[in-house]
Ligand binder design. Structure first.
Ligand code: SF4
Ligand code: SF4
Length: 378
């Protein structure tokens, strides 16, 4: 495993970080995976108050002398904050869940203009400084799924020690954008990257053209390896978080990161990535990462599942398999897109800024159009 310094924190961190948002449901298996990762050199763990059950599981995994082997990062649920004291109350709850008396890197979660106002209104920055003095946290950071201007404003407003952004081969021009990398570096802010595979969606039935491109390249690498390689090539990125949910994925990722040095990509490799990006963009899939922040919908619409079925349908059509599944699973359980009443709650919460209401309409229409199943059912 390659290690590097996390900016002015001085922490030595593994280039591969374990994202703890998508653990398997069976807790013993999740614990086994966390310990396996640590035993194989991963020392950066990223969780959050809102990742269901994750902090408790991580806390259990870190018993038996594992705690002192890791840099533990977790996040404050800004959208739950209603007064200054809430910040410390949530932090204390997180410390208890994690079974530790300090957090190495504490992040204000998912800052956007609205949450940033909450931070300012309830003096969240003073809270961070106070917690460092009390020893409850060691270093201060934030995560963001918002625009480059929002990123700049937040970076310039405080003595942050790190930032966590979304970046992958399809997000060069989305959210913080690739411009954020040199900007953060110029301010001595090391970056941790999340969603390197867009919640795994980049690997689910990629376009045939992408497979042909990587298969015909002289050096054989999997699509996952190309995606990670493009990220670890960038010196501003110190940790790449992968939210694996099986032991097999974990082992596969560990192998990819064995030689993960920056500035390793040749001009030909960069060209290959450009061609892969173009092939993905031609497919026009919905960029949902399955993070589920938009749920629950008060009308019971299973938003990420509708989008996942729509995306799969773009790959499998003209076959009707997804249309049939949509009718059987979604329409039957009243979780299909047509139950949306356009209240807008989900769009406010979506870190990808997807126009969910419109996308639900088009997805539902496309998935419900005449199919063999519909015709047979008449
Ligand atoms: S806009 Fe539609 S999908 Fe979104 S929360 Fe409201 S009802 Fe649910
Ligand atoms: S629609 Fe947005 S919030 Fe909902 S799962 Fe997809 S990316 Fe996440």
């Amino acid at each position: 495993m390659e290690y590097n310094e996390l900016g002015k924190t001085g922490l030595k961190v593994s280039r591969f970080g374990l994202g703890c948002m998508r653990f398997p449901q069976e807790e013993p298996e999740a614990i086994r995976m966390v310990r396996y990762a640590i035993d194989h050199g991963v020392n950066y763990l990223d969780t959050a108050y809102v990742y269901k059950g994750s902090e408790v599981t991580v806390g259990k995994a870190l018993r038996e002398n594992y705690r002192n082997k890791v840099v533990l990062a977790t996040k404050s649920p800004i959208w739950n904050i209603e007064k200054h004291e809430d910040f410390e109350r949530y932090l204390d709850e997180e410390l208890k869940r994690l079974g530790t008396d300090y957090i190495d890197v504490y992040l204000l979660h998912n800052l956007n203009p609205q949450h940033w106002e909450t931070v300012k209104r309830f003096d969240g920055l003073t809270f961070l400084d106070k917690m460092v003095k009390k020893g409850k946290i060691r270093h201060k950071g934030f995560s963001i799924h918002n625009t480059f201007p929002a990123f700049k404003e937040i970076i310039d407003s405080f003595g942050w020690e790190m930032a966590q952004i979304q970046m992958n081969i399809l997000d060069e021009n989305q959210q913080v954008t690739i411009e954020g990398l040199p900007y953060a570096a110029a301010k001595d802010i090391p970056l941790v990257v999340m969603e390197p595979l867009r919640g795994g969606s980049l690997l689910v039935n990629p376009p045939q053209e992408v497979l042909e491109l990587i298969n015909s390249y002289p050096v054989k690498r999997s699509l996952a390896e190309w995606c990670f390689r493009w990220l670890y090539d960038k010196p501003e990125i110190k940790v790449i978080l992968s939210g694996v949910n099986t032991m097999e994925q974990l082992q596969d990722n560990l192998a990819i990161f064995e030689n993960s040095a920056p500035q390793v990509m040749s001009a030909e490799e960069q060209e290959l990535i450009k061609a892969i990006q173009k092939a993905f963009e031609n497919r026009k899939a919905i960029g949902c990462t399955n993070c589920k922040y938009c749920l629950p919908c008060p009308q019971g619409v299973n938003i990420p599942k509708v989008f996942s079925m729509y995306n799969r349908h773009q790959i499998t059509k003209p076959h009707n398999v997804q249309k049939i599944a949509y009718r059987c699973e979604m329409v039957y359980t009243k979780s299909s897109g047509d139950h949306c009443i356009a209240c807008g709650q989900c769009e406010e919460k979506c870190p990808q800024k997807l126009p969910i209401i419109e996308l639900l309409k088009t997805s539902h229409k496309d998935l419900l159009e005449e199919s063999t199943f519909n015709a047979a059912a008449k």
